[in-house]
Design a protein around this ligand. Structure first.
Ligand SMILES: NC(=O)c1ccc[n+]([C@@H]2O[C@H](COP(=O)([O-])OP(=O)(O)OC[C@H]3O[C@@H](n4cnc5c(N)ncnc54)[C@H](O)[C@@H]3O)[C@@H](O)[C@H]2O)c1
Length: 366
C-alpha cells in the first residue's frame, strides 16, 4: 500500500503521524511510505532519518495526497486540506466528528474512508488510541500546576511537595481515570497531598491498591467536591462521560471559595470542561485568572511535548495502521472489531452510531 504521512497543519501541532521507527516497520513489510518534507521536524525527526528507513520524501501535501492510498496523520483535516481529500482514500487519524459537522459532510461528499483514532474501542470499552495522550496530559497537568504555583507565575508561592517542617500543597483530582491516575502518580512522586474524587467507587478502590503515598479517595458528590476544592492548592479536572460533554462539577460559586493563587488545570476542556469558569486556551496563551484562581485550559496539552507524544501515539496506532496496509481496508475492518468501531464514514454514509446521533444524521452500519 502507498501510505502518506503529511506535515500537520493545525496551529501549534508539532506531532507527526509516524516517526521513523514506525515508518521502518511499514517499509520492511513491503509498503511505500511517502513523508512530506519537514513533517517530523516539530518532533525532532529530520527528513534524512526517514530516508534511512526507506521513506520517500515528497515536497508538497498536494503530491502526497494525490499519490497515497492511506493518509496516516495525527489531527483531523482542517479546511485548507479539504480539497486534497480523495474518494476511497483511507484516513487514519483523530477526527472528533461528533463536534465537526462540516468535516463529516466533507468526508461523506468526498467518499473518503474515515477511521478515527478516538473511536477504536476494545471489548472492555477502553480506547487504546486515546489512552497514550491521556497519560501524557495527566503527567503534564501536575508538572504545569507545580509551575503555576510559583509566585512569579501569579501563584500562591507553594512548593508542591513542601520541605522538612513545611507541609506539602494539596492537589484535588476530579476523575481517577487515565488522566487522573497519571496526574496523581506525578503529584505523589513530588510529595504533594493528593485527593482523588471519582463517581466510580470500584475505580477508587483499584487506585487505593496501586498508588502509594499521602492520598485520600472520595466518592464524587457536590458536597465532597466543594469541601475538597476549598482546601486545594491545585485542582485537576479529569472527568469523562464517554461520548458526551464533560459534566460541570465545579460551579463559579465554588471557584470563589478557592484560595487566592490556587490553580485549576481543566484537562477535560477538550470535552467542554468540568469547571463553570473554564474556557479553552492555547499553548501560546495558556492561562487566565478568575476570582484570583489561575485557570489553565489548553485543549491539546500533549502537543507541548511532541517528541514523547508522537512516539507514544504511534506505539498505539502502528499495529492498526500495519493491519490496514497488510490486509487492505475491507479485510482489516472485517477481521478486527476494535478497528471496525473506528470506522466513522464509509461510502458517503456515517458508520458510527454516536457520530450519527450527535449530528442528527442517518446511521448506516458497515
Ligand atoms: N486537554 C487535553 O489535552 C487532553 C488530553 C487527553 C485527555 N483529555 C481529556 O481528559 C479527560 C479525562 O480523560 P481520561 O482518558 O482520563 O478518561 P477516563 O475515561 O479514563 O477517566 C474519566 C474518569 O472520570 C470519572 N467520572 C465521570 N463522571 C464523574 C463525576 N461526575 N465525578 C467524578 N468522576 C467522574 C469516571 O468514573 C472515570 O474514572 C477527558 O475529557 C479527555 O478528553 C484532555
Amino acid at each position: 500500500m502507498i501510505i502518506g504521512v503529511p506535515k500537520e497543519v493545525k496551529t501549534e501541532e508539532y506531532r507527526v503521524g509516524a516517526p521513523p521507527m514506525a515508518v521502518e516497520v511499514l517499509t520492511k513489510a513491503g509498503h511505500q511510505v511517502l513523508v512530506q518534507t519537514t513533517a517530523g521536524e516539530g518532533s525532532g525527526f529530520a527528513d534524512e532519518e526517514y530516508i534511512k528507513v526507506g521513506a520517500t520524501i515528497v515536497k508538497s501535501a498536494e503530491e502526497l495526497y494525490d499519490r497515497a492510498e492511506m493518509i496516516y496523520q495525527v489531527k483531523e483535516p482542517i479546511p485548507s486540506e479539504y480539497p486534497l481529500l480523495k474518494k476511497d482514500q483511507i484516513h487514519f487519524r483523530y477526527l472528533h466528528l461528533a463536534a465537526e459537522e462540516k468535516l463529516t459532510h466533507v468526508l461523506m461528499d468526498k467518499g473518503v474512508i474515515a477511521i478515527a483514532f478516538e473511536t477504536v474501542e476494545l471489548p472492555d470499552g477502553s480506547t487504546p488510541l486515546l489512552n497514550p495522550m491521556s497519560e501524557v496530559a495527566g503527567i503534564l497537568a501536575t508538572q504545569v500546576a507545580a509551575c503555576y504555583l510559583w509566585r512569579t507565575h501569579q501563584g500562591c508561592g507553594k512548593l508542591l511537595g513542601g520541605v522538612t517542617g513545611v507541609p506539602p500543597a494539596t492537589v484535588a483530582i476530579l476523575g481517577g481515570g487515565i488522566v487522573g491516575t497519571n496526574a496523581a502518580k506525578m503529584a505523589l512522586g513530588l510529595g504533594a497531598h493528593v485527593i482523588i474524587i471519582d463517581k466510580d467507587v470500584s475505580r477508587l478502590s483499584y487506585l487505593s491498591d496501586i498508588l502509594h503515598g499521602r492520598f485520600e479517595t472520595l466518592a464524587s458528590n457536590p458536597r465532597t467536591i466543594a469541601n475538597a476544592i476549598r482546601e486545594a492548592d491545585v485542582v485537576i479536572g479529569a472527568v469523562l462521560v464517554k461520548g458526551g460533554r464533560a459534566p460541570i462539577l465545579i460551579t463559579e460559586d465554588m471557584v470563589k471559595t478557592m484560595k487566592p493563587g490556587s490553580v485549576i488545570i481543566d484537562v477535560a476542556i477538550d470535552q467542554g470542561g468540568c469547571v463553570e469558569t473554564s474556557h479553552p486556551t492555547s499553548h501560546s496563551d495558556p492561562i487566565y485568572i478568575v476570582d484570583d484562581v489561575i485557570h489553565y485550559c489548553v485543549t491539546n496539552m500533549p502537543g507541548i511535548v511532541p517528541r514523547t507524544s508522537t512516539i507514544a501515539l504511534s506505539n498505539a496506532t502502528l499495529p492498526y495502521a500495519l493491519k490496514l496496509a497488510n490486509l487492505g481496508f475491507r479485510e482489516a475492518i472485517g477481521s478486527d472489531e476494535p478497528l471496525r468501531k473506528g470506522l466513522n464514514v464509509f461510502g458517503g454514509k456515517v458508520t458510527n452510531r454516536f457520530v450519527a446521533e450527535s449530528l442528527g444524521l442517518e446511521y448506516t452500519p458497515f
